[in-house]
Design a protein around this ligand. Structure first.
Ligand code: 5GP
Length: 191
């Protein structure tokens, strides 16, 4: 998506450790006009799919998922990072390693909000090693719901998440794929 690539070039900051900071429009301040353009684009890309629910993960996926959901007339469910393992069987749960926070979270979704009748579009801000999306896919599999596809705002194509998901037959559509970035020069290249 040209508009998004231009915005990343203009405002993205490359940090050490393969981290791209896009706080000015995606991860801290949110540009809702741009989010709406992304919502329209995801709707165009997934127009052939029947989607009745959007699944994302807190916190940074929620804003974009909420805007995208309007184009699908679907509710958003966000997986919650939980402090305590729930033992009463009322939730689906999995563990997710956080790329940015370098720790592992227990992540849960209530069984009330994910079921075998659901057709899910997963939305997230970044795809790096794929831990977050893999965790969400696991929750979907536990529930018996159908995964229609995964929509990502920025995929870091030099990390393995996208490749391994696609090899497993998951439909992954990213609005921008960064192929390389250099913290010393600030240069960002796209696929
Ligand atoms: P993964 O689980 O695919 O390794 O990483 C995806 C998650 O980590 C995303 O939900 C996002 O919040 C965070 N993340 C991964 N890489 C970056 C990055 O370069 N910049 C930012 N801002 N977040 C990232």
């Amino acid at each position: 998506m040209k508009l998004l690539e231009e915005r990343i070039q203009r405002d993205g900051i490359v940090k050490e450790g393969n981290v791209l900071k896009v706080d000015s429009f995606l991860n801290h301040q949110m540009d809702i006009t741009l989010f709406n353009e992304m919502g329209k684009e995801f709707k165009r890309i997934f127009t052939d799919c029947t989607i009745n629910k959007i699944l994302t993960i807190e916190a940074s996926g929620i804003g974009i998922a909420a805007v995208v959901a309007q184009y699908f007339n679907a509710p958003v469910v966000f997986a919650k990072k939980s402090q305590s393992i729930n033992l009463d069987g009322s939730v689906y749960s999995t563990k997710i390693d956080s790329f940015t926070h370098k720790r592992t979270y227990d992540v849960i979704v209530s069984k009330k909000y994910l079921s075998a009748n659901d057709h899910i579009l997963v939305i997230d801000d970044f795809l790096a090693n794929g831990c977050a999306v893999n965790g969400l896919v696991e929750l979907i599999e536990s529930s018996g719901a159908t995964l229609e596809g995964v929509g990502i705002v920025i995929e870091k194509g030099f990390q393995d998440g996208g490749k391994s998901l696609r090899e497993r037959g998951v439909r992954v559509e990213s609005l921008a794929i960064v192929d390389g970035m250099d913290a010393a020069t600030g240069q960002i290249t796209f696929r």
